[in-house]
Write a protein that binds this ligand. Sequence first.
Ligand SMILES: Cc1cc2nc3c(=O)[nH]c(=O)nc-3n(C[C@H](O)[C@H](O)[C@H](O)COP(=O)(O)OP(=O)(O)OC[C@H]3O[C@@H](n4cnc5c(N)ncnc54)[C@H](O)[C@@H]3O)c2cc1C
Length: 386
Amino acid sequence: MSQLTVSQAASLYIAHKVLPPECEALRGEVREFLARTLPFHRDAVPQTFSAFDPAFSRKLGEQGWIGMPWPKQYGGHERSALERYVVCEELLAANAPVLAHWIADRQIGAQLLRFGTETLREKMLPAIARGELYFSLGMSEPDSGSDLASIRTRAEKVEGGWSVNGRKIWNTAHHAHYMLALVRTAKSTEDRHAGMSQLIIDLKAPGVSVRRIRNLTGVEGFSEVLFEDVFVADDHLLGEEGRGWKQVTTELGDERAGPERYMSSYQLLTCMIDAAPADNDRTAVAIGRLIAEARTLRNMSVGLAGMSARGEEINTAGALFKDLGTTFEQQVPDVASDLFELEQLDQTAPLAVSLRRITQMAPSYSLRGGSREVLRGMIARKLGLR
Ligand SMILES: Cc1cc2nc3c(=O)[nH]c(=O)nc-3n(C[C@H](O)[C@H](O)[C@H](O)COP(=O)(O)OP(=O)(O)OC[C@H]3O[C@@H](n4cnc5c(N)ncnc54)[C@H](O)[C@@H]3O)c2cc1C
């Protein structure tokens, strides 16, 4: 097993034959670009979603690898969803610093194309595709996470727009220009999913304050944002007033189905392969099982990318996939701890560094993007539970 190099292992993990030839040609280009551009190696501290690097995002924009499937008239490149998939998985495999542009590329662009006005699309999409305009997601609030329909941030109608008051938490506003926020625009009615809307809020507007929050790994990965009489112009309402719930649930399908929902422990898995002793059947079997599971998950995720590109609704399938994917991602550090005793390792070795970091991060995998318990309840209802 230890004779297997990291890149051979990566090839096992990323099963080539699933995708058409043009995707594999692109994969070669992306790998060559990443090898040339990234100053660190894939077995460094896993940092993909904590590393904010606008210069790197701009370089990806120059390559045409942000907003890939969007129409050319909005700065996109009219490439297929599967080509975009290849770029995403190579970025994750290379531990690339993608935080700056990831949210806008993954879901804001698609929301603007589905629901945005022509003015909003023209204003935002080309800058996103250049890797210059960054978004944060404003769903969760201090007292509303799983029960998102209980949000209290309100937008009152004023002349020419809206006045927003409230709080959003667990977002990345400190690294973003705008927040796509779910807010209440009408008084509560009997239907608790009614009366919500999506607003695009400029995070530099008067009345916005951003407080950073340090996470378990010591990184200031989150923000809490306070809105005090923040003015948002009418033309920054995304989609229809009162249709926010329906819009946001569409967006969550895109958020849950991608490769980041099963590749968060990728660096650790490759370190495990590198460190595995030859002639140890127990280690070989355990790692082999993980690779087999990863390949299956990847096939599901590629399938969902295709469904979404065809305009098919993927909310339930995406939730099901995310539950399976995050269970796998959380299993990797458990298996690693079982096979390699952390205390016995050289603490500066890639395996020890990666295992320590992933062990701290893993609990968040099944919370972000909707918690495991809540997703399972949603799936059960969609499968017919009354
Ligand atoms: C790394 C990370 C990134 C995030 N990024 C964003 C972001 O960009 N934007 C944003 O808006 N939010 C973001 N979030 C917030 C995330 O969406 C919430 O943490 C998540 O929805 C859970 O909400 P909560 O934290 O309020 O926990 P709670 O809702 O209080 O839940 C706590 C626990 O109780 C369980 N629980 C709650 N209700 C039920 C129920 N009815 N049945 C069974 N169990 C239940 C949950 O599953 C969970 O385990 C992020 C979170 C993390 C960890």
